[in-house]
Design a protein around this ligand. Sequence first.
Ligand code: SAM
Length: 217
Amino acid sequence: MSTIAYDYMEEFIRSLIKGNNEKLEALEKYARNNSVPIIHEEVGRFLELMIDIRKPLKILELGTAIGYSAILMASVSKGSFHIDTIERDPEMIKQAKENIESFGFKENIDILEGDCLEILEKLNEKYDLIFMDAGKGHYNHFLPHCLRLLNKEGIIVADNVLFRGMVASDKLIKRRKITIVKRMREFLNMVSEDDFITSVIPMGDGVAVIKRRFENE
Ligand code: SAM
């Protein structure tokens, strides 16, 4: 049972999503059948929409898993786009490499192997879109780096920001998850400052869309 949106609402919204890429659907099915944690269907559609509207040429993803969301983003990107995606799990990296190659995106998607924070510290590229989907308990630590790496008009899309509803309600918090919840709340407070335009959407496990606010322009 979802603690974020009503089940009947999620089911209805998902029933409206028509897949248009059979191979990608097969990869999605593989992930769901093998308990690989990938984005919810409606979050995938939302990412597609963001990419179609913003047309990012450089994308950074935190959390590759088997490459599903990176391949989805590549499939809907246009022009000379490039995606860097960070993953630390060797088995995930192996499968992601195979999937990326089989979808023909070897030249467009680079897996940066290692821990998100360590890699973020070393990166110096600029990105038009950053998709945060790894290390929920560290989004607050990742944020300063993501802001440094974000182009002026770039956007951050962060998944899992309501973390099974626990971030919004103390009643739902499991004791083992207190630190993650505290840090996620800190992250959401940081991006809710006046310097940002942030929208938190109760979709999937909670999605935040974040953009810097520029006054007098
Ligand atoms: N974005 C993927 C998709 O939708 O297809 C799913 C990513 S999954 C939710 C999160 C992934 O991030 C896992 O494969 C996990 O191994 C990886 N991960 C978690 N914490 C990480 C960290 N601190 N550094 C690098 N990878 C991490």
